[in-house]
Structure formats: structure tokens, C-alpha cells
Design a protein around this ligand. Structure first.
Ligand code: ADE
Length: 233
């Protein structure tokens, strides 16, 4: 997969895309991530990318010119037609099923808005899928783009060391993940549940399923409503 990020702050992505699972996926060639600055596409000598809003009001608004030029520039670098994504608090909520859908695309272009907002003609003119990572306002789309990149990249084949781990996790199965334990068996008086030491794989699987359902019922009952259950559940 190729991911292009269009942003005013390309430098904030560098350490992130070089670390952990995303960094390993980049190193293995599973994904390539390139960041492009809108500022490189400014047309005046001050390299302006924003201006005061027509009609007045506080703050500055990201201008059309640098955004359209940057987008057209990166899209022309490859024949593969990308899925355009605009990060905005007004977009559809990012969920695991949206992430799984995005992970199937060969190419994504992520556009990060900034400052007080962007010219409405960016939204209407580029016809991107608009995505929000939650009901709160960030100062820019950059943290949202990083969240999206992380969630998508870990679903790409080969990105996780153990392929089973993505399938097991919270949300993939529509329920929250069961609790995990590692050595030591006892820590400050807190014991590891006996069943996990039993070596009985059937019992362990049943215990994990029960924990997962119990946790979901307790913390996120909304996730259970839409689900179909097996007799065992
Ligand atoms: N930009 C600002 N706030 C955002 C949010 N919650 N999600 C995505 N992009 C954003």
C-alpha cells in the first residue's frame, strides 16, 4: 500500500512512521508513507497557505490553491487511483470496520486540515471520504491521520508478527479483548487466573470468550446489540 499525507507539518510524521509496527511495515516494504507539505505549493513569496475568512470572523482559513496543487502533484506520481481521505471532525466516525475497508485500498491520500478550518471548496472540489476520529476538535488533522495510518497498517498482511493477533483483538470480533497475563505468576499478591496455567486449550478458549463477553457487557453494551451469538455464548 502507498499512503501519501498532505499536511502543513510533515515533520511530525517522521518519528512516528519510523517506529514500532508502522516503522517495521515501512522497513519491510509492506507500506510506503510519504508526506508532502502544502507550503511547497504556495504561490507567493511568503509561502502563504492560509488567509482571512471572507465575511470576517476570527482565525485563518486554509486556501484552495496549495491544497489542490499538492493533491494533483502527488496523485500524478503513480497510476494507481487513490482513495482520498479528508480528516475532519465533521466526517464519518472511524471504526474498525471502516479501517478494514480502507486497508483493502492500494493507495490512500490523507489530507490534514489545520488552523481554524479550510476553504469549503476544498471539501466540495476534491470529493474525498471525510473521516473523524471522534467527537472532539483537534488543532489539525495530523494526529487523526496518524491514528488512521496506525489502525490501517496493522491490518496489512505481514505487518504484525503474529497474524492471529489482529483477528483476536477488541472490536475485530465485535467484542472487547479478554485480559492477558505474563510472568510472573504472582505479582504483589495478584495471581494469574488458574485456568490459564491449566494447559487445557478448550477451557482457556471458553474462559477467554466469557471474559470478552462479560467485559463488553459491562463497558460497551452498545457493541453487543448488533451481534449474532453462538450457542456457546
Ligand atoms: N481535525 C480536527 N479534529 C478532528 C477529528 N476529531 N477527527 C479528524 N480530524 C480532525
Amino acid at each position: 500500500m502507498r499512503i501519501d499525507v498532505l499536511t502543513l507539518f510533515p515533520e511530525v510524521f517522521e518519528p512516528y512512521v519510523a517506529s514500532s509496527i508502522v516503522g517495521r511495515a515501512v522497513a519491510q516494504g509492506i507500506v510506503s508513507i510519504r508526506c508532502t507539505s502544502f507550503r511547497d505549493f504556495a504561490s507567493d513569496r511568503h509561502r502563504s497557505v492560509d488567509d482571512r475568512p471572507f465575511g470576517g470572523g476570527p482565525g485563518m482559513v486554509l486556501m484552495c490553491g496549495p491544497v489542490f496543487d499538492a493533491l494533483e502533484h502527488v496523485e500524478a506520481q503513480s497510476e494507481t487511483k487513490p482513495l482520498r481521505i479528508l480528516l475532519t471532525p465533521q466526517g464519518e466516525k472511524l471504526t474498525q470496520s471502516v479501517v478494514a475497508e480502507l486497508a483493502k485500498a492500494p493507495r490512500l491520500v490523507l489530507l490534514c486540515g489545520h488552523y481554524e478550518g479550510f476553504d469549503e471548496r476544498i471539501r466540495t472540489g476534491i470529493a474525498a471520504r471525510e473521516i473523524s476520529i471522534g467527537d472532539y476538535v483537534l488543532s489539525g488533522g495530523e494526529p487523526a491521520a496518524m491514528v488512521l495510518i496506525d489502525a490501517v497498517v496493522r491490518l496489512l498482511p505481514g505487518a504484525l508478527g503474529d497474524e492471529a493477533s489482529a483477528a483476536d483483538e477488541s472490536f475485530t470480533a465485535g467484542t472487547l479483548e479478554y485480559p492477558q497475563f505474563t510472568r510472573p505468576r504472582e505479582f504483589r499478591g495478584m495471581e494469574v487466573p488458574e485456568v490459564l496455567l491449566s494447559g487445557d486449550h478448550g477451557k482457556i478458549a471458553a474462559w477467554r470468550r466469557e471474559q470478552s463477553l462479560e467485559r463488553t457487557l459491562e463497558r460497551r453494551p452498545d457493541l453487543l446489540e448488533a451481534r449474532q451469538y453462538m450457542a456457546l455464548d
